[in-house]
Design a protein around this ligand. Structure first.
Ligand code: KG4
Ligand code: ZN
Length: 503
C-alpha cells in the first residue's frame, strides 16, 4: 500500500493547491485565478495526493478532445515527500489518463537545471526534443521540452476485444470495440444444476466445454465479425470455480496462439465493476461497488478501475444468492431460488418476522464492519419453518419470503451505504445476479436518495456473469497501454480483487 492517496482535484482543494504551488515555485507560481481555471476546466485532469489529510502533491494534464497531443501542465510534490515515488505515481496516473483519452504524444517542459525531474521523465519514456532559451524568468533558466510518444498499438485506436467468461455456470462470450458493446452472448448450465439445488463444479466445467464454441460463433455472428477482425482476447482467470475457469482460460490461450493476438487475463470481480463503461462510456470514480451473486458477496472501494480496487468486505460464509437458493429449498421452491422468493414475497409482510441481520451488532463492527454472513439467517428461517411445521400450523409463505428477503436486502444496502458515507464516496454501483431482486433495488434506490448517493444499476444482462464485462475490462487495459499477459498465467480460484490483470 502506498502511504498517500490520489484522487481528482475539486474546487475546494484550491487553497491547499495554491499553498503548495507557492512553496514549490515561489518565483513563477501561477496565480490563483489561473489555477482555478485549469483545475475546473473540461479539457484538464488535475490530481491531488493526500497523506494524513495533508495535500502533499498535485499534478495536471491538459488534453483537448480531438487532438492527439496532451500536455503535462504542472506537477508539484511537497518537500517532505520528495524522493519517495510520489512524483512517479502522479505521472503514471496522468499518463494512464492520457492514453485512455487516446493521446499519441505527451509533452512537458522542465527546467534545464532540474536534473532529478529530467531523470524521472526519462525513466517514464520522455525524450528531450527541444530547448527554449531563458524560458524561466527571472532566473534566466532554459526549459527542456520533453516528449513521450506512446507506442501505437498495431490495431489502431479502438481495439476490438473478445471476452471469455467461464468462472461459474455461465459461459459468456462478449465483443466490444473500445467502450462500445457489439455482442453479449450467454449460455447457462443453470438447468443442469437445478436438481442439485446449487452449482455443481464438474457439471459446470463440462457444460462450458460444450457451450464455448457455439457461444463464440453466435457472438461473432451478432457482432458481424470474423475471428480475424478481433484485435485481442480477454479472459476471466479468477476468482471462481477452478475447473470452470480452466476451460475458458484454455480456450482463450488457444485462440490467442492460433490467431497470433495478444491476451489479457482479467479479474472477474473487477469486470463486474468495469461493465458500467459499456453503458456510460466511462466509469465514474471513486465508487463503492456491491457485487452480489450466487458466487460472491463483495463490497469494493474502487478509486481507479485499473490501479486501485480495494476489498472492504465479503461474505464469511454463504454468498447472498446462495442464501436465496437455500431458503427457496426450505420453502419448497425450485432452483434458482432468488426469482422464486421474489415472486413468493409479493403481498407478504416484510415485518411479519424479524429475522437476524448478520454481522451488524456493535461487537461485529471492529472486524466485520463490511463483511457479510448469511448462515445465521439461513438457520433462523429454517428453524422458524421447522417449528411451524412441527406444530402443524399453516404459515404464510409470503410473509416468510418477504421477511427473509427484507433481512438480506437490509444488510446489503446498509453496509454499502455505510461504506459510501465512511469513505465519502457519493456513488454506489451494483452488480451480480442478485441485483435482479426487487426489494434490493427498491431499498437501494430509497436509501441512496436519502443520503445523496448516486445509484448505478447496469442492465441485468450486464449484471449477471457475462463475457462483455471481461472484454470491456480488456479494452480498458489496452487503451491504457498495458502490456498483454504472457501465456503463463493460470486459473486462480481465489484471485484477489487487487490483481486486476494477471501477467
Ligand atoms: O450472477 P449470477 O447469474 O451468477 C452466478 O452467481 O452464477 O447470479 C445467480 C444468483 C443465484 O443465486 C440466484 O438465486 C440469484 O442470483 N438471483 C436472485 C434473483 N435472481 C437471481 N436473488 C434474489 N432475487 C432475485 N430476483
Ligand atoms: Zn460474477
Amino acid at each position: 500500500m502506498k502511504p498517500w492517496s490520489i484522487r481528482n482535484a475539486v474546487e475546494s482543494d484550491l487553497d491547499a493547491i495554491m499553498q503548495l504551488e507557492n512553496a514549490c515555485f515561489a518565483a513563477d507560481a501561477w496565480s490563483r485565478e489561473n489555477m482555478h481555471f485549469e483545475v475546473q476546466a473540461h479539457h484538464t485532469v488535475y490530481l491531488v495526493a493526500h497523506l494524513d489529510e495533508q495535500l502533499v502533491g498535485f499534478a495536471g494534464l491538459s488534453k483537448v478532445p480531438g487532438n492527439d497531443q496532451a500536455d503535462i501542465q504542472t506537477i508539484a510534490v511537497s518537500e517532505t515527500q520528495r524522493g519517495k515515488g510520489l512524483g512517479r505515481d502522479l505521472m503514471n496516473h496522468l499518463l494512464t489518463d492520457a492514453r485512455r483519452q487516446l493521446a499519441y504524444e505527451v509533452f512537458l517542459e522542465v527546467r534545464a537545471d532540474n536534473e532529478p525531474a529530467q531523470k524521472l521523465y526519462e525513466s517514464l519514456g520522455f525524450e528531450h526534443i527541444d530547448t527554449r532559451k531563458r524560458y524561466y524568468q527571472p532566473d534566466d533558466v532554459d526549459a527542456w521540452v520533453m516528449r513521450l510518444q506512446f507506442k501505437q498499438s498495431s490495431f489502431g485506436r479502438e481495439p476490438v476485444v473478445l471476452g471469455i467468461e467461464s468462472s461459474c455456470d455461465e459461459t459468456g462470450v462478449g465483443i466490444v470495440r473500445g467502450s462500445t458493446l457489439l455482442a453479449n452472448v450467454i449460455s447457462s448450465s443453470m438447468d443442469e444444476h437445478a436438481r442439485f439445488g446449487g452449482v455443481v463444479p464438474e457439471i459446470a466445467a463440462r457444460a462450458h466445454l460444450e457451450a464455448l464454441k457455439p457461444t463464440l460463433n453466435q457472438a461473432l455472428a451478432t457482432a458481424n465479425l470474423s475471428l480475424q477482425d478481433i484485435d485481442a482476447i480477454a479472459v476471466t482467470n479468477g476468482p471462481g470455480l477452478g475447473g470452470a475457469l480452466m476451460v475458458g482460460v484454455g480456450a482463450a490461450k488457444a485462440l490467442a496462439v492460433a490467431l497470433e493476438k495478444p491476451i489479457y487475463a482479467v479479474n472477474h470481480l473487477v469486470g463486474h465493476v468495469g461493465v458500467d463503461i459499456l453503458e456510460r462510456g466511462k466509469l465514474e470514480t471513486p465508487t463503492i461497488a456491491l457485487l452480489v451473486s450466487g458466487g460472491h458477496t463483495s463490497l469494493l472501494l474502487v478509486r481507479d478501475l485499473l490501479d486501485d480496487v480495494e476489498l472492504l468486505g465479503e461474505t464469511i460464509d454463504d454468498a447472498a444468492g446462495e442464501a436465496f437458493d437455500k431458503i427457496a429449498r426450505v420453502l419448497g421452491l425450485p432452483y434458482p431460488g432468488g426469482p422464486e422468493i421474489d415472486r413468493a414475497a409479493i403481498g407478504g409482510d416484510p415485518k411479519a418476522i424479524r429475522f437476524p441481520r448478520g454481522l451488524t451488532l456493535p461487537k461485529d463492527m471492529e472486524k466485520h464492519r463490511y463483511n457479510f454472513s448469511f448462515s445465521g439467517l439461513k438457520t433462523a428461517v429454517a428453524r422458524w419453518v421447522e417449528v411451524a411445521e412441527a406444530k402443524g400450523e399453516t404459515y404464510n409463505k409470503a410473509d416468510v419470503a418477504a421477511s427473509f428477503r427484507e433481512a438480506v436486502a437490509d444488510v446489503l444496502v446498509s453496509k454499502a451505504i455505510n461504506a459510501c458515507l465512511a469513505y465519502g464516496v457519493p456513488r454506489l454501483l451494483l452488480g451480480g445476479g442478485v441485483v435482479a431482486n426487487a426489494r434490493l433495488r427498491e431499498l437501494a434506490t430509497e436509501r441512496c436518495a436519502e443520503n445523496g448517493i448516486e445509484l448505478r444499476i447496469p442492465a441485468l444482462s450486464l449484471c449477471t456473469d457475462n463475457g462483455a464485462m471481461i472484454a470491456a475490462l480488456g479494452a480498458q487495459l489496452i487503451m491504457a497501454g498495458r502490456q498483454p499477459s504472457s501465456l503463463h498465467f493460470g486459473a486462480d480460484s481465489t484471485l484477489p480483487v487487487t490483481t486486476v490483470q494477471s501477467l
